[in-house]
Design a protein around this ligand. Sequence first.
Ligand SMILES: [Zn+2]
Length: 203
Amino acid sequence: MKWVKSHSEIKGNDTADMLAKDGANQRCEKEIKLEYPKAFLKEILWKNTKKEWSEEWKSGKHTKFKMEDTKYWLPNLRLDLAKKLEKTERTEVSKIIGLITGHCAIGKHLERAKLLDEERNPRICRLCNKEVEDKGMESIKHWIENCNSTIPARFKSFGTMSSAKIREKWTISKMKNFCNSQGIDIIFRKDKCEVEEETDEED
Ligand SMILES: [Zn+2]
């Protein structure tokens, strides 16, 4: 396809002009019918939009940060979570977001944000007191997938011990239960968390 100057006696351009005028002057005898019902077309559009949205999320095309932790828990678009989150209390939303983004008082985040106490080794998990596997740091991934100390909380909250199932099928209420399990609450202490929450008195 190529742009050409209009009304300039260019062969082809004038013919196209003439045909367009002819077409516009003709009465259309036939009623144009869409081959598919509107609802069906709408569904296809929505499906494609979601696909594109998901691909953009995965590729990180429009995001400044890598968001590895968030993408680990949200590898795909989860509209069910968004709807549920709207109906969840603010303090609980804040905990869940902290958990899935990793922005809470967990070793990995504190080390990155340079907020860790000097005597604390981020490689040692505070719950099981062991060094995190594969030279990792105390992280939400370790707590939800490998930590021996969180086994009862994990099973009670997610109803499974399979990491893949937890990752794929977690819900707001399951994550909320995990956040509020005994021991887990140490990561929501304000003095240890970079992301300060507004207090209710300020509202
Ligand atoms: Zn542990």
